[in-house]
Design a protein around this ligand. Structure first.
Ligand code: PEP
Ligand code: MN
Length: 342
């Protein structure tokens, strides 16, 4: 439920309400807008009735959150949540491009790609060290060695690192190296993994499961927030449909839908969302036009030699072309393409 305070409330009044709620075992989250102060409270509703907050003269109203997701909902936190990573902010006016290979294949490959995407204006380096492959015989990733190369690439370029964690047992290890931990589509409802991510103090990029509904996806984010980690962003990466021309169907209607229902940032992955490199650039533009806070794209110096997802990986020259186009587009959208604009 949310407690809306009357305009002009001071700190003492706010503390009185948050204090009472905390004493009754509520999880409290304060949102201070210019006009209104809203206190989100998760806990036993019957105890709230006993507190009778509406009797306080500075409380305007107490409203229940009817949706099953609470902390994730826009009612709980009416303004957009902004996730800060170094000098970057995701979820505000900045737009970020996260780029790199599907998998970290070697030190040389990730360092070369990192320099190239940084030069073009990316702000984050992507690359999997633990790979969720359909076949057990396919390349499974370089594990910690790959994480070390990613960290080295960060040192050299200043790019922040986003990489996938697949196993509860690796969360601490990946968190040591990564700036954003990615939960892959196949693990969106791995609740043990989500609960483990709730315990770390690092942002999480939560990809949409290949057949997940919007509500299931929001509930997955709720697991992470409920455990105490509020730094969650969504990543639309396409869903399984009857269409076979594309690898997945990139559901861009999720961008404004998530924006309407939640306060958390939204990123789009047009690489896995289409499976075809020539569709990545137009769908990245569409994603930003739909209101995404950024895109995550696969880039490889030699896509034809990539150990995974070469067909959907941009060459470095094609990534440069896309970045030039996105820079023009973000100007029209009145947003700031970080890495290009400053
Ligand atoms: C990836 O980003 O490399 C990946 C495996 O993505 P997804 O989980 O969306 O398939
Ligand atoms: Mn991939």
């Amino acid at each position: 439920m949310i407690v809306v305070l009357k305009t002009g409330c001071g700190d003492a009044e706010i503390q009185e309400v948050t204090g009472r709620l905390a004493q009754e075992g509520f999880k409290v989250h304060l949102s201070q807008g210019v006009e209104k102060t809203i206190i989100g409270a998760i806990g036993d509703r019957s105890r709230l009735e006993a507190l009778d907050l509406e009797a306080l003269p500075w409380v305007e109203k107490v409203v229940p959150i009817l949706a099953p997701y609470k902390l994730v909902s826009r009612e709980f936190h009416p303004s957009n949540s902004i996730i800060k990573i170094g000098q970057h902010e995701i979820g505000g006016s900045e737009v970020h491009v996260m780029a790199g290979p599907c998998a970290v294949e070697s030190r040389a490959q990730i360092i070369e790609t990192a320099h190239a995407v940084k030069e073009a204006g990316a702000t984050f380096l992507r690359g999997g060290a633990f790979k969720p492959r359909t076949s057990p015989y396919a390349f499974q990733g370089l594990a910690e060695e790959g994480l070390r190369y990613m960290a080295e690439a960060r040192e050299e370029t200043g790019l922040y690192v986003v990489t996938e964690v697949m196993d509860v047992r690796d969360v601490e290890l990946v968190a040591e190296y990564a700036d954003i931990l990615q939960i892959g589509a196949r693990n969106m409802q791995n609740f043990f993994l989500l609960k483990q991510l709730a315990k770390i103090n690092k942002p999480v990029l939560l990809k949409r499961g290949p057949s997940a509904t919007l509500e299931e996806w929001l509930m997955a984010a709720e697991y992470i927030m409920d455990g105490g980690n509020y730094q969650v962003m969504f990543c639309e990466r396409g869903i399984r449909t009857f269409e076979t021309y594309t690898r997945n169907t990139l559901d861009l209607s999720m961008v404004p839908s998530l924006r309407a229902l939640s306060h958390l940032p939204v990123i789009v992955d047009p690489s896995h969302g289409t499976g075809r490199w020539n569709l990545v650039h137009p769908m990245a533009k569409a994603a930003l036009a739909a209101g995404a806070d950024g895109v995550i794209v696969e880039v490889h110096p030699q896509p034809e030699k990539a150990v995974s997802d070469g067909k959907q990986s941009l060459t470095i020259p094609n990534f440069n072309l896309m970045m030039q186009d996105l820079a023009r587009l973000t100007t029209v959208l009145d947003r700031n393409l970080k890495g290009v604009d400053g």
